[in-house]
Design a protein around this ligand. Structure first.
Ligand SMILES: *Cc1c(COP(=O)(O)O)cnc(C)c1O
Length: 367
């Protein structure tokens, strides 16, 4: 049978392999309780205020949402002290990554990213037919000097993930400023800050404050992580109004649905909830890293709600071991780190259970 093939530039692209969904593991293993520590979701759910606002949409689901999401834009502009024309909303920040590629990448140009980082930057570049240049991480951290060196005449976008997924590491404000000082204004510098609200490091870049000086800067944020709204798909970009205007040209008219617009407004306002999530995360993350030190297992210092660490064994083996016990983790070999695992920091109970199973695993390996 003759079936028409897609574009040449997507032939080496593979469909995204997400962390295994809880429902699938329950079915496959006949388990009633499954813990997912694989996709960096918030183990505490979302703000309880979200539900009250969602109820306002009862009876409205047959109506298109407001295409520009004015309430959400206004709240975000107050939150970041910026103008609404510096903001673009996406169906997840993933979608804004797509907008950037749609608006700025094409065959004959290149985009530059870390090896290893969030895989969507590479995917969207390939879909646009652009070349991809990768810059190795230095001890798990973006090597910004090497990034400067990798930029050539055809470069249109530089993707920086800070803190980086999957390593959880970050570069500082001064490092970013020094980098930006060396980048020509026609090259976009995209800083993906999906985990910004988890960061405790005092020198984390104050990126919004740099927008006035560096017109090529694009900041990405999301409601999928600390705000706990991954299911509803809302992310946003902050940039120069002229860049935002380009992105809006390639945006679908109703990309943020009614429920998502309401939920995001409520989630943004509940700072008590997000601060509590941040504190609990930090506490459990630090406790777990102490355990790893006891086990003498290397890890990358994390500013996020996940941790990439060495299992001291084959990561697929650990993955299967955990799956059989109802825990889903992300094996490092899928992320460029064979032998490692990327673990989302769960709640206290989940971390306790993971630790028990992990001790068991290590005993079996050494025994
Ligand atoms: C989770 C994550 C996102 C968020 O994606 P959404 O589409 O907003 O859910 C973006 N970038 C990185 C690096 C992430 O880890």
């Amino acid at each position: 049978m003759q079936v028409m093939q897609g574009k040449q530039c997507i032939q080496s692209l593979k469909a995204y392999q997400p962390g295994k969904p809880i429902e699938e593991v329950k079915r496959e293993y006949g388990l009633s309780h499954v813990v997912k520590l694989a996709s960096n979701e918030n183990p505490y759910g979302c703000s309880p205020d979200v539900w009250a606002l969602l109820a306002l949409e009862r009876g409205n689901l047959h109506l298109y949402p407001e295409g520009t999401a004015p309430l959400l834009l206004e709240q975000l502009s107050l939150y970041h002290q910026i103008a609404t024309d510096q903001l673009v909303l996406g169906n997840g920040s993933d979608e804004i990554v797509h907008f950037l590629a749609r608006a700025y990448l094409e065959p004959g140009v290149s985009s530059v990213m870390a090896d290893f980082t969030f895989p969507r930057y590479e995917a969207v570049s390939m879909i646009a037919g652009a070349n991809v240049r990768k810059v190795p991480l230095k001890e798990g951290v973006h090597d910004l000097a090497a990034f400067s060196a990798a930029i050539t005449g055809d470069t249109r976008i530089v993707w920086l993930c800070n803190p980086n997924n999957p390593t959880g590491t970050m570069f500082t404000h001064d490092e970013l400023v020094c980098f930006l000082d060396h980048i020509p204004a026609h090259i976009l510098v995209v800083v993906d800050e999906a985990y910004a609200e988890y960061v405790v490091h005092v020198d984390y870049p104050r990126t919004v404050s740099l927008l006035a000086k560096y017109t090529q800067l694009v900041i990405l944020r999301t409601f999928s992580k600390i705000f706990g709204l991954a299911a509803l798909r809302v992310g946003y970009g902050i940039a120069n109004p002229l860049v935002i205007e380009q992105l809006n040209r390639v945006r679908e008219p109703f990309n943020i649905n009614r429920l998502a617009q309401r939920a995001a407004v409520a989630a943004l306002a509940d700072t008590t909830f997000t601060e509590q999530c941040g504190r609990r995360n930090r506490d459990l993350l630090e406790r777990f890293t102490l355990k790893l030190q006891e086990y003498n297992l290397p890890y990358f210092p994390s500013q996020t709600n996940f941790l990439l660490f060495s299992t001291g064994a084959c990561d697929q083996e650990l993955f299967s071991f955990m799956l059989a016990r109802g825990i889903i983790v992300r094996p490092g070999s899928a992320l460029g780190y064979p032998g490692y695992v990327r673990l989302t920091i769960g709640n206290a109970e989940e971390m306790q259970y993971f630790q028990e199973c992990f001790s068991l695993f290590l005993e079996e390996k050494s025994g």
